[in-house]
Design a binder for this molecule. Structure first.
Ligand SMILES: [Fe+2]
Length: 210
């Protein structure tokens, strides 16, 4: 798992003089730079990429259909009304999906967390404001060698954490100011896409044929 405390996986703030972030976020935001060297415990020699080998719990990646009117840059407003029962603000393209959760001020209510799991895809959790604790629990499968201690990883911003399947996980904002998390999935999530109205640009990017 990538951790903000691991310099090989931390996202770096933008260099001085870099263009400012788009307006409308409500707080200053830097651009981020990915460091893709694998964690030492996975690849002590550092000679192979983290994703050079198949992940036992990650389904093979395949792109979704292109937009009907072809490839071009699409810009969407973050000014989306809150709708009861709809999760965050979700967009997708042919290769990935982003869910811009709603920022909140101050720590999350610890009595209303949302532990869950997904069996066959990773989750990239990009913190763009505040500080979070990523709570991660590995399931007790029949193979005891796969068991792990629970993890409660503190990550500031900007940072990205890759949450592996099939862990039970939830993220708890605990910054005193704005806390904001963006979840990234590649390819787009089928389950979110099947929820009516959840994907805000679903009419532009078709789902794969079933
Ligand atoms: Fe998740």
């Amino acid at each position: 798992m990538y951790s903000a405390s691991d310099p090989r996986a931390t996202l770096a703030p933008a260099a001085p003089g870099a263009p400012s972030a788009p307006s409308g976020l409500g707080y200053p935001a830097d651009y981020v730079v990915f460091h893709d060297a694998p964690p030492a415990e996975v690849d002590p020699g550092g000679s192979r990429h983290w994703y050079a080998r198949d992940h036992l719990n990650v389904a093979p990646w395949a792109p979704w259909p292109l937009a009907a009117d072809g490839e071009r840059i699409r810009i969407y407003s973050l000014d989306v009304p809150r709708v009861e029962g709809r999760l965050g603000r979700i967009w997708r393209c042919s290769t990935l999906m982003v869910n811009l959760s709603w920022p909140y001020e101050g720590p999350r209510d610890e009595t209303k967390l949302s532990p869950h799991s997904h069996p066959d895809f990773e989750q990239g959790s990009l913190i763009v404001a505040g500080e979070y604790v990523h709570h991660i629990r590995w399931p007790w499968t029949s193979d005891r060698r796969a068991w792990r201690e629970d993890e409660h990883v503190v990550c500031g911003s900007p940072s990205v954490t890759i949450i592996p399947p099939p862990t039970v996980h939830t993220s708890e904002g605990r910054g005193t100011g704005a806390n904001h998390l963006i979840d990234i999935f590649a390819p787009p999530r089928q389950d979110f896409s099947e929820r009516p109205g959840w994907v805000l640009n679903a009419d532009e990017y078709p789902m794969p044929p079933s």
